[in-house]
Design a protein around this ligand. Structure first.
Ligand code: WT7
Length: 648
């Protein structure tokens, strides 16, 4: 872990607008203070009250059992998240309310009421059951952003099948790793998906992957793009045929609160992706409450989170959190610049979106595309804006506020992780004054601190490690199949606290400023990529001997990827090889990991124990002065060489 220096200076402050605060679910700072204190002082009573707002088939016997580093919430309770997202609303006056409003990239639209979504989910749950799937089995879902993706996810939750959603932008190799690690019995996919006017060949990718996935017995294929795909007899089934053969009567399974709801793979530092495990009851309560207060949801909101369901943001804040609250969720299939760069603004206007949640990387693209595009549309329906995924630079925040929010909408900058399941640090829009670039204050029940390596608290504005000191309901329970990795990765670096790798500082007002990852993970456009995975992909190419991957600041994506590569003897660096290597990484991991730059070198800077010094390479890649200690470097001339290559 490297030392963390804080460089950002920011003084602009925005109190909650008076009109917003007056109508907000939480608009009184004293009431907020009381609730926050109670959530920390009496967490069990606090969370029990929240959980009681939801449906349980059996009550819990204990709210929390904490045996470091394992926690159980609502012990002995039985519930069902799909029931709480659907059935609960059918008797609460939301039967005909729009649950999902969907827009396909080519422009078609579909609306599913809570009643309709409930029926589809019950049907697909019966499809899974009739193919032998039951509680505890794993189902991999590799689809585009279509309503049936929501249906598939909720159908799994309904019968207790643990879902593993695989981002539709991933390559066959990524599918193989994830399906095999989870030992999935079923894959749900589409013939293809629309992305920027082109078809992503989802089914072809599945076919290629399944040659190496022995556990998969059934594949369900939704027709979306209608091109020809190969259907393997006995294994592959059309979604619509299967749906026609079952009834829509499927009672929700009463599941143990700690039943594994899903596995979601996230990059670690050691190459192999980690299967983050979330369970049922605590995750439900955490996503429900954060959605309610952070997004200040009201009955008539049209809520749009632009994340893909392939990432945790899509799990928690496209599906589970908003649906548990009975919200109307807008879901969009495609790219923000198709057919034109004003697609999002046209959609906000068309659907009268009131709450909009997106990522800094998207906001930076909007800034670059120009404010004339949002200005063409009426965005006055918006009342609240959110951001997530990486630190937002203050100028992008200010642009978002002015151009999209009309200087009227509060912005919630929400810090959390795949592992935390739900938002951990964020303003509550009716009570928290905001400052561009700060995620501000911990959410209810979140005991966050910035500490030194020895675990002692840092002073104001002192950079340190961001830790969470108490377990929270939606936290990950383990790493799938590797509990030791769970202990090591999250609980052993700054013991006894939870630490998942971010540096931060807290200012004199108690606001948190997240400073990014302190380990070798690159955050490209809000996606966390392990440098090791990219390096492994490069080294798997026959020409490559060794590779070191580092981030370089990128105005648009947050970080770009620079790969330093040494070649196998006899291979010569050529422009053709640069393209070949970049394509190779795309194929191995996905286009998101494609290096922006490949730099050939004769040697990489290493410590005596043979560890590549990425810190120095990052300085070279960013054209910075070399910082910090170089004494552990084995051969100083290597660096000299790299710099000269740069000038040449
Ligand atoms: C990492 C988690 C949480 C959903 C999306 C990413 C960074 C996330 C913020 C924010 C600064 C942020 C952190 C975190 N991050 N939100 N508001 N400000 N940094 O999920 O892939 O698990 O990545 O994203 O570095 O640790 P993820």
């Amino acid at each position: 872990m490297v030392e963390i220096n804080s460089v950002l200076q920011e003084g602009r402050k925005f109190p909650p607008p008076t009109a917003f605060a007056a109508a907000a679910r939480l608009g009184d700072p004293a009431e907020y203070e009381r609730l926050y204190r109670r959530s920390l002082d009496e967490p069990e009573a606090f969370w029990a009250e929240v959980a009681a707002e939801l449906h349980w088939f059996e009550p819990w016997q204990a709210v929390r059992e904490w045996s470091h580093p394992h926690v159980r919430w609502f012990v002995g309770g039985r519930t069902n998240l799909a029931y709480n997202c659907l059935d609960r609303h059918l008797t609460a006056g939301r039967r005909t309310k729009a649950a999902l409003i969907w827009e396909g990239e080519p422009g078609e639209t579909r609306t599913l009421t809570y009643l309709e979504l409930h029926r589809e989910v019950c049907r697909f749950a019966n499809v899974l059951k009739s193919h032998g799937i039951s509680a505890g089995d794993r189902v991999a879902i590799y689809m585009g952003m279509v309503p049936e993706l929501a249906v598939a996810v909720l159908a799994c939750a309904r019968i207790g099948a643990t879902h593993s959603v695989i981002f539709g932008g991933f390559s066959p190799n990524a599918i193989v790793d994830r399906v095999n690690d989870a030992q999935a019995k079923v894959v749900v996919t589409c013939d293809g998906g629309w992305r920027r006017g082109r078809i992503v060949p989802l089914k072809d990718n599945v076919d290629e992957a399944l040659e190496r996935c022995p556990t998969v017995a059934h594949v369900f294929v939704l027709k979306r793009t209608q091109q020809h795909v190969h259907m393997k007899e006995g294994r592959d089934h059309w979604w619509s045929d299967s749906m026609d053969q079952v009834s829509h009567d499927c009672p929700a399974e009463p599941l143990d609160a700690e039943h594994p709801l899903y596995i979601l793979y996230t990059s670690g530092t050691t190459g192999k992706p980690k299967g983050v495990v979330h369970t049922t009851g605590g995750y439900m309560v955490g996503t429900y409450l954060t959605t309610k207060y952070v997004f200040d949801l009201r009955e008539d909101d049209v809520y749009w989170c632009t994340a893909d369901v392939g990432w945790v943001t899509g799990h928690s804040y496209v599906l589970y959190g908003p649906l548990a609250n009975g919200a109307t969720v807008l879901m969009y299939e495609g790219a923000p610049n198709h057919p034109d760069v004003d697609r999002f603004w046209a959609m906000i206007d068309r659907w009268q979106v009131s709450v909009f949640y997106t990522a800094p990387t998207a906001i930076r693209a909007f800034v670059r595309w120009g404010e004339e595009h949002p200005k063409k549309h009426d965005l006055s329906s918006l009342r609240l804006l959110g951001t997530v995924g990486e630190p937002i630079n203050p100028e992008a925040w200010m642009w978002y506020r002015r151009v999209i929010g009309g200087d009227r909408c509060p912005i919630v900058d929400t810090w959390w992780q795949t592992e935390t399941g739900a938002i951990m640090i964020s303003p509550l829009p009716g009570v928290t004054p905001t400052t561009p670039g700060s995620a501000t204050k911990p959410f209810f029940g979140v005991d966050a601190d910035v500490v030194r390596r020895d675990g002692t608290s840092c002073g104001p504005d002192e950079g340190g490690f961001l830790v969470l000191k108490q377990p929270w309901p939606s936290m990950l329970r383990t790493v799938w199949g590797d509990d030791e990795r769970y202990r090591q990765q999250y609980w052993s670096q700054i013991p006894p606290f939870y630490f998942a790798g971010d540096g931060a500082r807290r200012d004199a007002d108690g606001n948190f400023w997240i400073m990014g990852r302190i380990d070798d993970v690159i955050n490209v456009a809000g996606h966390r990529l392990g440098t090791m995975e990219i390096e492994s992909a490069l080294v798997s190419h026959p020409a490559v001997a060794e590779a070191a991957v580092v981030p370089r600041p990128d105005e648009l994506k947050g970080s770009g990827i620079v790969a330093f590569v040494t070649l196998e003897g006899g291979r010569r660096p050529t422009d053709g090889l640069v393209d070949e290597l970049r394509d190779h990484v795309s194929k191995e991991i996905g286009a998101i990991a494609r290096p922006d730059q490949i730099r050939f070198t004769d040697a990489l800077p290493k410590t005596r124990s043979g560890k590549i010094m990425r810190r120095l390479l990052a300085d070279v890649a960013a054209n910075r002065e070399l910082r910090g200690d170089t004494t552990t470097l084995e051969d100083l001339s290597v660096l000299q060489q790299l710099r000269e290559a740069d000038e040449g």
